[in-house]
Design a protein around this ligand. Structure first.
Ligand SMILES: Cc1cc2nc3c(=O)[nH]c(=O)nc-3n(C[C@H](O)[C@H](O)[C@H](O)COP(=O)(O)OP(=O)(O)OC[C@H]3O[C@@H](n4cnc5c(N)ncnc54)[C@H](O)[C@@H]3O)c2cc1C
Length: 409
């Protein structure tokens, strides 16, 4: 392998955006990707589509330019978009090269890969906003014979063993998979947690258009009530059917059985907490927060706010706390993700208690020459999204190019 100055690890939207900005700055680099460009998107379930409209795809030099800006690209179209983005500036991607370890050394790094070792002065980890699927501790109590799968390995209803399905986790992914399974004729139980929701269309505009007007996506980590709030679910919604509401009330109306947090299983029964009403109340409170944010933003700009009705009262919060395991064919975990840097980056201090990198605008404040991009809330809420990663990529690339200029001078 050659000895590039800069190694970018991962060719998703974050790695490609950093590569685009490094190329623009004339910084020599290589992007190492363990799979193919857009590998994470390729692995999402068969009917996957964006929750954010196409117009929110604002990669630097790779904004969405198709004829359906208000649509929601399906999985394969997202991959095609990323592939043509990479081609558009000849991104120096080396596919099927996995980085297995990163060791900081004097004035650089040893990068261990599936193709051997290389040295680099600077490394940018763009290995994913959502890295390691998280399962609640109660998962360990499920009988060994019962089929379990994380959302990232779920493909479609037909690929699951027959029978009822328990979906654990009620963020965007859990709600979408529960709906899809129900529509495929499955009897579905959704173990619900605390997630915000919002009406998809307000005053004739998509909710993203409204949120975009507000400081919602500009919020920084310090604006959150606690570091743990970084792990909170995104507002429940779907891009399916051209974008529509999908939350506890729509799912209950459909016929999905809503239950409280999954707390464990014995050989015959699944157990759930008596907290469905609390979780729904939490979601309604966040709905009210978002409505208030939209209303205040409109007021400050002299705009007429859209109609923001209170949550519909129709909801039956009386949920069963115990269900017979007989007849269940599968359990799907959609209970979030955790960072996974410590397993391969040998710089323990570079990460906080939750495993997120400690950075200033993406530059590690602990390990010189180490950068991150695409991390959830790296700088702002939008940092990991197609709408926001470009801003961070430009800052990271400028910092790298600036540091190189200082070293050369
Ligand atoms: C279910 C789901 C739905 C989402 N929907 C939306 C949406 O509608 N709109 C939106 O804007 N965002 C959405 N996101 C958020 C975000 O856009 C995606 O998570 C996106 O994939 C993040 O891009 P990334 O480049 O940061 O990470 P990834 O896409 O995960 O890319 C990381 C790349 O690094 C590679 N890699 C990892 N480790 C190594 C290694 N050791 N060596 C070499 N290569 C490595 C991976 O193979 C991968 O290609 C969604 C996220 C999830 C989980």
């Amino acid at each position: 392998m050659s000895k590039p100055d800069v190694v970018v690890i991962g060719a998703g939207q974050a790695g490609l955006s950093v590569s685009h900005e490094l190329s623009a700055a004339g910084a020599e680099h290589v992007v190492l990707e363990r799979g193919r460009v857009g590998e994470t998107w390729r692995g999402r379930w068969d009917t996957f589509c964006l929750v954010t409209p196409n117009w929110t795809v604002r990669l630097p030099g790779g904004a969405y330019a198709g004829d359906d800006p208000d649509g929601f690209m399906p999985r394969d179209a997202i991959v095609t978009h990323l592939e043509s983005y990479a081609r558009s500036f000849n991104a120096p991607v080396r596919e099927r090269v996995a980085v297995t370890a990163l060791h900081p050394i004097d004035n650089g790094f040893v990068v261990s890969t599936s193709e051997g070792e290389l040295r680099a002065k600077t490394v940018v980890a763009t290995t994913g906003a959502y890295q390691k699927a998280h399962r609640p501790a109660a998962a360990a109590s499920l009988p060994r014979g019962l089929y379990t799968v994380d959302a990232e390995s779920y493909r479609n209803a037909a690929a699951l063993p027959p029978g009822k399905v328990l979906v654990v986790g009620s963020g965007q992914t859990g709600c979408q998979i529960a709906e899809e399974l129900f529509e495929a004729g499955r009897d579905v139980f959704l173990a619900c947690g605390r997630a915000p929701w919002i009406t998809r269309r307000l005053g004739g505009r998509d909710l993203l258009a409204w949120l975009f007007e507000t400081p919602f996506f500009e919020q920084a980590l310090r604006d959150l009530p606690s570091p743990q709030a970084r792990l909170a679910a995104n507002p429940q919604a779907t891009g399916h059917g051209g974008g529509r509401d999908l939350h506890y009330r729509t799912l209950q109306r459909l016929g999905v059985h809503l239950v409280g947090h999954f707390i464990g299983a014995d050989s015959t029964r699944l157990q759930f907490a008596d907290d469905l009403a609390e979780s729904v109340a939490f979601g309604d409170a966040r709905y009210a927060d978002i409505c208030l944010l939209i209303r205040r933003t409109c007021e400050s700009r002299g705009m007429a706010p859209p109609d923001l009705p209170p949550p519909p009262s129709a909801f039956n919060a009386a949920a069963t706390e115990s269900v017979d395991l007989a007849g269940f064919g599968a359990v799907i975990f959609t209970s979030g993700f955790r960072p996974d840097y410590r397993s391969w980056i040998h710089a323990d201090d570079a990460f906080d208690d939750l495993g997120f990198p400690i950075t200033q605008d993406g530059r590690s404040t602990v390990v010189p020459g180490l950068y991150f991009c695409g991390v959830h809330f790296l700088r702002k809420r939008k940092s990991s999204l197609l709408m926001g990663v470009g801003e961070d990529a430009a800052i990271v690339a400028r910092s790298i190019a600036g540091a190189a200029a200082v070293t050369t001078a």
